[in-house]
Ligand binder design. Sequence first.
Ligand SMILES: CC(C)(COP(=O)(O)OP(=O)(O)OC[C@H]1O[C@@H](n2cnc3c(N)ncnc32)[C@H](O)[C@@H]1OP(=O)(O)O)[C@@H](O)C(=O)NCCC(=O)NCCS
Length: 167
Amino acid sequence: MKDSGPVVLRPGHAGDLARVCAIEQASFNDPWLPVLLQAELQPDPLRLCLVAEREGTLLAYLMSWHMGERLHLLNIAVEVSVRRTGLGTRLLRAAAVAAARNRLVEMTLEVRRSNAAARGFYRQLGFVETGLRTGYYPNNEEDAVLLSCPVAGLHAAGNPDIRRAPE
Ligand SMILES: CC(C)(COP(=O)(O)OP(=O)(O)OC[C@H]1O[C@@H](n2cnc3c(N)ncnc32)[C@H](O)[C@@H]1OP(=O)(O)O)[C@@H](O)C(=O)NCCC(=O)NCCS
């Protein structure tokens, strides 16, 4: 994996599908089917998909839906070799900037109860647990923890991605 050059964030598009599928496969034991990932890469005013890339190599992605006054996070994953380098945080904060522009007030998501890494990630960003969906995940009936954070709390002053966050 290249490690020089700046990482830039941009909206995802259909041409990203192969790399998104590869990161998805490496990140989850129940990866989304390519057809579902492809749908999230289509232009749609109610979908927000952001990717992070360095020198043309896609390293991470975030997929979300506008749902009323909320931005609901559907999927986020970072290439294994560049985890803990801040890419997940940058994507989430950039999504919050876009959500604020659309006057959304809250970000929500579900996370597997056993996913300690992701729960730690969301906690340090300010998400709080708001509930539990028992047996939510069909592959093993694992519980989902519901998390929520005010958009204003993620839309931090001084975020370097604010100026270049996609409209
Ligand atoms: C969860 C995930 C997106 C985080 O992305 P990331 O780019 O590695 O996260 P960041 O580098 O922005 O981490 C920021 C902070 O979150 C916390 N964090 C991140 N990964 C963590 C881990 N494995 N364990 C504990 N805390 C973690 C830490 O506080 C970290 O700061 P630090 O590295 O200075 O200690 C990434 O681990 C991933 O792709 N996981 C697999 C897919 C997944 O589970 N997605 C979530 C589905 S709900």
